[in-house]
Design a protein around this ligand. Sequence first.
Ligand code: NDP
Length: 249
Amino acid sequence: MELRLVGKNALVTGGSRGIGRAIVLALAKAGATVVTCYRQEGEAAASLARELKEIGGEHALIRADVGTAEGVELLLRECGNRFETLDVLVNNAGVISQVPFAQLPFEEWERVVATNLTGPFMVISKALPLLGEGSSVITIGSRGAMAGIPLRGHYTASKAGLVGLTRSLCKEFGGRGIRFNVIAPGVIDTSEPDELTDEQRAQYNERYLRMMALGRFGRPDEIAGAALFLASELSSYVNGETLHVDGGV
Ligand code: NDP
């Protein structure tokens, strides 16, 4: 049993920044050939392309929005052109916002659900012909889905939906040897600017750091470690599981 993924093909959605980027790099370093996607052109995607080139291999970065049927079609067409099989599929792309439920517009609910829940549905559906015995489907949920977070009802609902989807699919496709699992991160420091003021940020840090037994936020590479485990044969009997990677909340 080993962690290496030499000769394996992987698709990671939303790989240009944050957790997705760490997962892409970890899979590539473990020997997998990785296809990933993003929406916005810029330094994040360009620097990832450079890093992947240094690692070596036939990796690909594609501009495709997994919140749309056209984006998913494009992405999976690219995978089909490159791969005969898909050994690892990571549904990582996700969006978030903080809106009081009473003011939550339907459009914002739809935007978040489109990427976080409908996206994985469409990606898994289109990937099915490439998945088979030994394939591992990993979906990035959230610790918040089980805890509940004020101002994020739309986000937590989308993330909780992924757990139900994973539980059902593990049963529907277990007979074909395809595994489905969720990684539920706690608060991970992706060093992204957000809409919080300095004061709100300080309050946020104090509130969340107090909850974490390890007393710190997680790093993207610590989620990538869990993804490597679930991608590899080391987890060959782990199926339908939600793995909380949250420093002990
Ligand atoms: P970031 O915002 O740092 O990065 C998100 C990545 O996904 C970017 O590369 C972004 O590229 C891409 N992306 C977003 N939407 C789409 C889309 N519709 N189609 C294609 N690509 C897309 O997010 P994080 O790294 O923080 O989060 C990654 C995942 O982990 C998400 O599912 C998130 O909900 C989950 N998570 C994160 C936690 C955290 O503390 N950071 C905690 C719990 C869960 P672009 O901007 O170009 O679209």
